[in-house]
Design a binder for this molecule. Structure first.
Ligand code: SF4
Ligand code: SF4
Length: 285
């Protein structure tokens, strides 16, 4: 099996292939939980999907402006042409946010070489600068000495781009993070879930290290050492609500409505949960 969202990872199979042990845990888990099976179109292709829908009632708080977690530490994907074009059309803002052009200039790359890397290099910068000079994800930036944000997302918001445009400009894995999609080797079936207490044995992200989906972690001393103010408990809302627009744009309205219907029917969510909520995708610096 493969981690579907990491199929385009620059390190390839080393990252996206599941171990036999993880595959076993996943199959046992999916035999034991209630699921919805439905075809879903993802980035223009239709897949048979098994949706672990109850995880969408888990609580989440994507408080990235208030988070010291380096979840944008590595490039999770080779960049698409949409991302490259967005950067090329917003070079000045990209450099103001990331400093990448200045850094490469200081390292004696000419402007033409830098542009050429944005157009053709897998990670948009020379490979030898990925770890040291650029470090973290190429597109990450720090608006202050605290949080790490995404310059692609910020450029889209500064340009008043639509949800659809934001989503198509960013790697799929980043739009959906930390949701997990695991695929059969031949992509004949996809399994959609979220890291939590029960799935963490096979998901690629570790639930116990992920504050936005683990409220208990944010109360711990280890987390408070890096984030002394912590996350506010009242800001946690069900994942289905926190990611409503993203889910609808990536998987379609029917996906969202089916999950909502099931969660309401099983009293895992209540109508009052669906109140006005400003999603993280729309938050600006
Ligand atoms: S760990 Fe979660 S809250 Fe923190 S920056 Fe990453 S996505 Fe945002
Ligand atoms: S969200 Fe943006 S900065 Fe973070 S890993 Fe993805 S592309 Fe990089």
């Amino acid at each position: 099996m493969k981690y579907f969202l990491f199929l385009n990872h620059p390190k390839g199979e080393k990252i996206y292939k599941l171990s036999e042990k993880r595959e076993y845990i996943l199959r046992e888990y999916f035999k034991s939980v209630n699921t919805i099976t439905m075809p879903l179109e993802i980035e223009g292709k239709v897949y048979d999907c098994v949706v672990d829908y109850t995880v969408f009632s888990n609580l989440a708080n994507f408080d990235c402006f208030n988070c010291q977690d380096p979840c944008c530490a590595d490039n999770p994907s080779i960049y698409s042409n949409e991302t490259r074009n967005l950067i090329l059309n917003n070079l000045e803002l990209y450099n103001t946010l990331t400093k990448n052009i200045e850094i490469l200039n200081e390292n004696e790359y000419s402007f033409e070489e830098i542009i050429n890397h944005i157009k053709t290099s897998p990670l948009m910068v020379p490979e030898e600068t990925v770890e040291e000079e650029i470090s973290l994800c190429t597109c990450s930036f720090k608006p202050n000495n605290k949080s790490t944000l995404c310059s692609i997302h910020s450029i889209c918001l500064k340009n008043n781009m639509s949800t659809e445009e934001i989503i198509s400009s960013k790697p799929l894995v980043c739009n959906l993070w930390p949701l997990d999609i695991i695929a059969e080797d031949d992509l004949s079936k996809l399994y959609i879930t979220l890291p939590d207490d029960f799935t963490t044995g096979f998901t690629i992200e570790d639930y116990y290290d992920t504050p936005c989906i683990n409220k208990e972690l944010t109360k711990s001393s280890t987390f408070r050492r890096k984030n002394p103010e912590g996350f506010y408990e009242k800001d946690y809302v069900p994942v289905l609500i926190a990611y409503k627009e993203t889910l609808i744009h990536i998987f379609g309205k029917e996906f969202y409505e089916k999950i909502k219907e099931n969660l309401l029917k099983e009293n895992l969510l209540y109508p009052e949960d669906f109140q006005e909520y400003k999603e993280q995708i729309f938050k600006n610096i």
